[in-house]
Design a protein around this ligand. Structure first.
Ligand code: 5AD
Ligand code: SF4
Length: 440
């Protein structure tokens, strides 16, 4: 009988893609993917370390597997991803039922690790300090019309709150030819949308794998967008994430000019206080950030901007916090992910006192959540009466180019079809409407 694998993924889209790649490799080796964790032969947790909360969930869920392992000692349990790198000592100490741990740069080694555990039955660890040097093209994608495509790995920034440069290592870009051939392949399989992934896509092309041959040097992110835009069959191009420091006019121009690049930019601001931004080492001021938004909105009319915000960073005063509130009011984000600060090992700020009391962090969080909710609703209301292009994802549901969900009667149209929807109402962040004309 074929062996079954269960995979649980936490964290960002990069992690989602990493899980798909591991699944793809294991499917090639004859494993079968299952959703039944209790009966799986191999259980993989692809973990995230970005905030304390993300790690808590993994600790409790992996802890709970102890019983399963007790009743089925042949079960293989693997911890992949950022926690495998940042918490390896703790995992080995606290979770003796875990068979292997493998960092984000070692995902291609996972099938061999599993094979050797079947053979030798001893715990394994694959964690390298080097940066990732290789990108494979693995054809497994969990989406049907939209596919995630890795364009780079790691991060060269030095944001003082962030663990990612440690867990994912220094930045390295995937050769453009390889990306383009993967996108061509996806388009020929019927994928209509690609989401280009990297920790900081706007620095794409700055560092290529040192051993890569035949790499076209000098390809920037806007160049890459242009090339992907020219691939037949690709209707929509999205990308994530952009660091404001590297997001410049060339990007905005490309977004405005290229037909298939969607009008959505995720541009994490983190704070509205220059003092805090400086201590976060973000490399821009609030005014510079707002200046970029202005330019973006000129070049890309109707663009939706989303962001990430941290409240309660060490040393954040009421005045600093008010500056964040003011920036949000001015920026009018379409939506925002808002977090309370938690110290992360290996990040510079972890050495500083986490001096904003929990109640203050929570109060600030609630205040900006409420503010954002109000502004998101107001932004939603602006859609009412307008007709927007929606790509059908499942019967009755699709997404606008600005990444809003839209619900409507789809009358049997198939996934991937583009329809024009007249918006008649809103529900939370989603739009409700009717299809205009014949779209069959
Ligand atoms: N504490 C709270 N939020 C954090 N983020 C990253 N590190 C931390 C931390 N130590 C948030 C940032 C980032 C998002 C992915 O997670 O807002 O953009
Ligand atoms: Fe989490 Fe960051 Fe690692 Fe993604 S890169 S899994 S968000 S810690």
């Amino acid at each position: 009988m074929k062996k079954t694998i269960f995979v649980q993924t936490y964290g960002c889209q990069m992690n989602v893609r990493d899980s798909e790649e591991v699944i793809g490799l294991l499917l090639e080796k004859g494993y079968v993917l299952t959703e039944a964790e209790e009966t799986a032969d191999v259980i993989l947790y692809n973990t995230c370390s970005v905030r304390e909360h993300a790690e808590h969930r993994v600790w409790s869920n992996v802890g709970a597997l102890k019983e399963l392992k007790g009743s089925r000692p042949e079960l293989i349990i693997g911890i992949m991803g950022c926690m495998a790198k940042s918490q390896r000592g703790e995992i080995l100490r606290r979770m003796p039922h875990v068979d292997f741990i493998s960092g984000p740069a070692q995902l291609y080694e996972v099938p061999e690790l599993i094979e050797s555990i079947w053979e030798e039955r001893k715990p394994m660890m694959a964690i390298q300090e080097k940066r990732r040097q290789e990108f494979q093209t693995i054809s497994y994608h969990s989406g049907k019309i939209s596919a995630l495509v890795t364009i780079m790995e790691g991060c060269d920034k030095v944001c003082t709150y962030c663990i990612v440069p440690y867990t994912r290592g220094p930045e390295v870009s995937r050769p453009a030819e390889q990306i383009l051939s993967e996108v061509r392949q996806l388009a020929s399989q019927g994928y209509k949308e690609v989401m280009l992934l990297g920790q900081n896509v706007n620095s794409y092309g700055r560092r290529l794998p040192s051993d890569a041959t035949g790499v076209r040097r000098g390809v920037t992110f806007p160049d890459l967008l242009k090339e992907v835009n020219g691939i037949e069959g690709v209707e929509r191009i999205r990308f994530i994430t952009s660091h404001p420091w590297d997001a410049v006019q060339d990007l905005f121009r490309a977004m405005g000019d290229l037909e298939h690049v969607c009008e959505h930019l995720h541009l994490p601001v983190q704070s509205g206080s220059d003092k805090v931004l400086e201590r976060m080492r973000r490399g821009y001021t609030a005014e510079e950030y707002l200046g970029k938004l202005k330019l973006l909105r000129e070049k890309v009319p109707g663009v939706a901007v989303t962001t990430d915000i941290i409240v309660g960073f060490p040393g954040e005063t009421e005045e600093d916090f008010e500056a964040t509130v003011r920036l949000m009011e001015e920026a009018r984000f379409d939506s925002a992910f808002i977090f309370t600060y938690s110290p992360r090992p290996f990040a510079a700020a972890a050495r500083w006192e986490d001096d904003v009391p929990k109640e203050v962090k929570d109060r600030r969080l609630q205040r900006v959540l409420a503010l954002q909710e109000r502004m998101s609703r107001e932004e939603s209301e602006r859609y009412i009466g307008r007709t927007v292009e929606v790509m059908l994802e499942e019967p009755g549901m699709g997404r606008t180019r600005t990444n809003r969900k839209a619900y409507f009667e789809s009358n049997g149209a198939s996934a991937g079809t583009l329809v024009q929807v007249k918006v008649e109402g809103i529900r939370g962040h989603s739009l409700l409407g009717k299809v205009n004309g014949d779209h069959a």
